[in-house]
Write a protein that binds this ligand. Structure first.
Ligand code: GDP
Length: 439
């Protein structure tokens, strides 16, 4: 997603930076290129027009042109304008004080509604809520079964009622939540392949019956401009509060996400980038704009990492690391944690310039997999006591893992360096908590 746009914009900016001083013509030429890049990314043409007009007006001031770093100022202005385009402020999900809170999901069939309902439940459960999923998509074969399976996997109750009348199921679902102390009800509604009266009417009837605190529309990022048109139709007929943009992990050009707020007036509240339950994230326009401009999104990375650490680092490993007595099993643990965070590609692409480095093949994404295979080829004793690994053992491991002795040596070198570093850090850490001697 956004890869081409991101490349184009970064190319335009590096051209500007190499110039030093900028003239009006330079700015005009850069704006023309940005205009083309946005149009090629499938951004709505009216949105592009006002974007360029705003950015140009801000760039063509004496303050920018005469500054010592005009190119940087232009980048900053484009960053600001992109942030505005994406919705400016974080919107997230704000639950009202009503219990149970009712969230209704609408959207076309295949947009990712059912999956998003489950992901939302997962997210809320992680925040200490007790959600209930209500299956009102009675037309798509197996939609309720799909929701049931997802709910079962996450330990979230799914209310299915008679599986016939969506309005009745929705109302009963809310009743069920009250009786069973569930504080958030997530209603999954039926979609059609195209916007049609029947679907709108049914959504309106469910809305009237359960009076949702929030209606979220699920929009498939892969459908680009079409997504925006569908959202506009929904905004007029059913109205909704915000968007969950799904399939952001695909290779969509990004135009849908970039046009949605300006065209429909509705903010993107969440993005979903994968099929796993934890792949729903609150949407932060400023962070996304930075990513598009190749400035990385280290904040999200850190947030994600600390969440996983809090949840999952086992006490035993933590204790071993504390003692600086790590062994090769801890190295496997690192691989496991990286996988949980979405893999090495996701981590690298969150760093400034990371997406580009990945696209240019500068990152060896298979290195961790090779490390794992090598460690798996060691005996239990060798993993626990890496000192045992002499030349002949290393040869055996290389043969067993289908790698070379050099690669085995490389893993051992990395391991020894990590262990050395931990040993250096540990005395400082151990001393940190001690009271200082008063003299
Ligand atoms: P619904 O008809 O709107 O309920 O759509 P579903 O929830 O059944 O989703 C349709 C398909 O899209 C399913 O195969 C999902 O696994 C897939 N899907 C949903 N969200 C995402 C996403 O964020 N990324 C990817 N790659 N696939 C998704």
């Amino acid at each position: 997603m956004f890869e081409n746009l991101s490349d184009r914009l970064q190319g335009i900016f590096s051209g500007l930076k190499s110039k030093g001083r900028l003239t009006e013509d330079d700015i005009n030429a850069a704006m023309r290129e940005i205009r083309m890049a946005l149009l090629e990314a499938d951004v709505n043409f009216k949105v592009v027009k006002s974007f360029i007009a705003n950015a140009k007006e801000r760039c063509l001031t004496a303050e920018v042109l005469d500054s010592l770093t005009p190119a940087q100022n232009v980048v900053k202005i484009v960053l600001d304008e992109l942030t505005v385009l994406l919705g400016q402020t974080d919107s997230g999900l704000v639950l009202s004080s009503r219990i149970p809170n009712v969230i209704m999901l609408v959207g076309l069939q295949g947009s990712g509604k059912t999956t998003a309902a489950a992901k939302l439940a997962y997210l809320l459960k992680g925040k200490g809520h007790s959600p209930l999923l209500v299956a009102c998509d009675v037309y798509r074969p197996a939609a309720a079964d799909q929701l049931q399976t997802l709910g079962d996997e996450m330990g979230v109750k799914v209310y299915r009622g008679d599986g016939q009348d969506p309005v009745k199921i929705a109302s009963e679902g809310v009743r069920f939540a009250i009786d069973n102390l569930r504080d958030v009800v997530i209603v999954d509604t039926a979609g059609r392949l195209h916007v049609d009266e029947e679907m709108m009417e049914e959504a309106a009837n469910i809305k009237a019956a359960v009076k949702p605190d929030q209606i979220l529309m699920v929009v498939d990022a892969m459908t680009g401009q079409d997504a925006v048109n569908v959202a506009q139709a929904f905004a007029e007929k059913v109205d909704f509060d915000g968007v969950i943009m799904s399939k952001m992990d695909g290779d969509a050009r990004g135009g849908g996400a970039l046009s949605l707020k300006q065209v429909t007036g509705k903010p993107i509240k969440f993005i979903s980038a994968g099929e796993k339950p934890d792949s729903l994230e609150p949407f932060h326009p400023d962070r996304m704009a930075k990513r598009i401009l190749g400035m990385g999104d280290v904040v999200s990375l850190i947030e994600h990492a600390s969440k996983i650490q809090a949840e999952e680092i086992e006490a035993e490993t933590a204790e071993r690391v504390q003692r600086a007595n790590i062994n090769l099993n801890d190295f496997l643990e690192i691989k496991k944690q990286v996988s949980k965070m979405g893999g090495i590609s996701k981590l690298i692409s969150a760093l400034p310039g990371g997406d580009k480095a990945m696209a240019q093949g500068q990152v060896d994404t298979g290195a961790l997999d090779r490390m794992e295979t090598i460690i798996f080829s060691m005996t239990k004793a060798e993993r626990e006591k890496p000192e045992l690994l002499n030349g002949s053992r290393r040869q055996r491991i290389a043969a067993g893992s289908g790698t070379s002795v050099q690669e085995v040596n490389q893993v051992m070198k990395q391991f020894n360096e990590t262990r050395k570093m931990m040993k250096k850090m540990m005395p400082a850490a151990a001393n940190a908590g001690r009271p200082t001697k008063k003299g």
